[in-house]
Structure formats: structure tokens, C-alpha cells
Write a protein that binds this ligand. Structure first.
Ligand SMILES: [Zn+2]
Ligand SMILES: [Zn+2]
Length: 58
């Protein structure tokens, strides 16, 4: 089993089995996968890309 442990980039909660969570590539560097749980989407929590330091909700 090589399943990735997906955790929300903002709050570090595992999104496994959580619907409404989203993943997308960092809009700045395009390399880092950003993961957001539903909660952080709703409250528009900020995330920070650990690769390039880009932060935002946008
Ligand atoms: Zn979260
Ligand atoms: Zn980045």
C-alpha cells in the first residue's frame, strides 16, 4: 500500500474520506500540491506553499 497521507495544508487534518476537500497545484510554483479540507475552504483559511513560500487563498 503506497497510499499518500493527504493532509490539509492549512490545518493539517487528514482529508482521507472527507468529501468537499480539494487538491490543486500551487499557482505560483506549480510543483507543490496544495490540499484543503472543506472546513478551510468554507472559512477561506490561508495556506502556504512549503516549496516556494507562496501564500493565499488565491
Ligand atoms: Zn483544513
Ligand atoms: Zn509553490
Amino acid at each position: 500500500m503506497a497510499e499518500k497521507d493527504l493532509k490539509c495544508t492549512s490545518c493539517n487534518t487528514s482529508i482521507k474520506g472527507i468529501k468537499g476537500a480539494t487538491t490543486f497545484k500551487c499557482p505560483s510554483c506549480g510543483k507543490q500540491e496544495i490540499i484543503r479540507c472543506e472546513h478551510c475552504r468554507v472559512i477561506v483559511a490561508r495556506y502556504k506553499c512549503p516549496t516556494c513560500g507562496f501564500s493565499g487563498p488565491n
